[in-house]
Design a binder for this molecule. Sequence first.
Ligand SMILES: [Ca+2]
Ligand SMILES: [Ca+2]
Ligand SMILES: [Ca+2]
Length: 391
Amino acid sequence: MEKTHNILAVSAIIILAIVSMVIATQPEQQSKTGIFVIHPKSAEAGDHAKKLATVRHEFKSGKFTAVVPEERLNQLSTLAELEPVPLYHVSGAQANTKRQASASRTCTPTAQTPWGVSRVNGGNGGAGVKVALLDTGVYTNHFDLKNKIADCKDFTKGLMIKNGCSDNNGHGTHVAGTIAANTGSDGKGIIGVAPQASLLAYKVCGNDGSCWSDDIAAAIEYAADHGANVLSMSLGGDTTVSIMRDAVDYATARNVLVIAAAGNDGPGDGTIDYPGALANVVAVAATDSTDSIAAFSSRGINYDTTPYSVEERDVEFAAPGVSIESTWNDGCYRKISGTSMATPHVSGLAASLWQGTASATRTLLQEKAKAGTDIGRAGDDPDAGFGMPVK
Ligand SMILES: [Ca+2]
Ligand SMILES: [Ca+2]
Ligand SMILES: [Ca+2]
């Protein structure tokens, strides 16, 4: 008996020792450099701080983001408030498809009007309305999109905003099609929710679908200064950051209706992602073709807040987001799922129903959703918010 105890005790010590060794030999979790929001304590401190780090973006508020080497962190923190920049991700499947150019149409969709477009408005309108699309870029030569792209910029290359928005992922091209595809010059392609709207295609995500939140915030401020009416973001993450709130406030004050995916972290309540979770960003959940909420769709906290009043972390709307067919970056079409696919249905409908101001358009969408089928749980709920806005 005593021997057994000894063996057990020795075994426990050996196991503990092995566990300690394994923990000790794990590579350090934090990298040697990080990306931070830098909020200088004075103009002079800001000038000094910029010499200690590689500036990525400058913001209207006077804050900037930079890559900071670890050994400079202490010195920088005497000059400025530092805040880590979160990495977000697109809210839908992606497949890293290589782009291909094609001079003639090589593909046709399985249905020219996808089920989601039929559900929302059948695909019409949007003339004169500009929708900024912040994503992995857009394949601008797709037959059904080639006359839709009013601007094409890349925010992922640092301080200087570059021309070009090539999509080597496919996700951005898919979202673009749901907003504004126009069946192409031959009329044989697919139709989006607002086929007459024009797109400002802003690349803020890399080919792997990950997106630095400072690239996103910079693109939001740029869109607000360059005539965007609606701003659509099929992306998000678990945390927010001051520059995201600042940029959304800036765009909202300039009459831009900002719309984002609820996220794909469902079905638990409170799983909603930022920036959709911000009160002045419209958060969109995903439904299937029977108007049921997708299990993956992130939920809000609507039952803990005031009904039919949008507060932080509330879901606002539900829209089609399961097996959605749209344009792909190989010149063809794909069916994919996600709140990424739901978001452009609401962005397109906002363009199609544009009321001249962002707030009047948002109110109209809310009225239409409230008047329609009660989707998800009863009333304004964490699954679907006000419900599904349809024309
Ligand atoms: Ca929101
Ligand atoms: Ca509420
Ligand atoms: Ca409901």
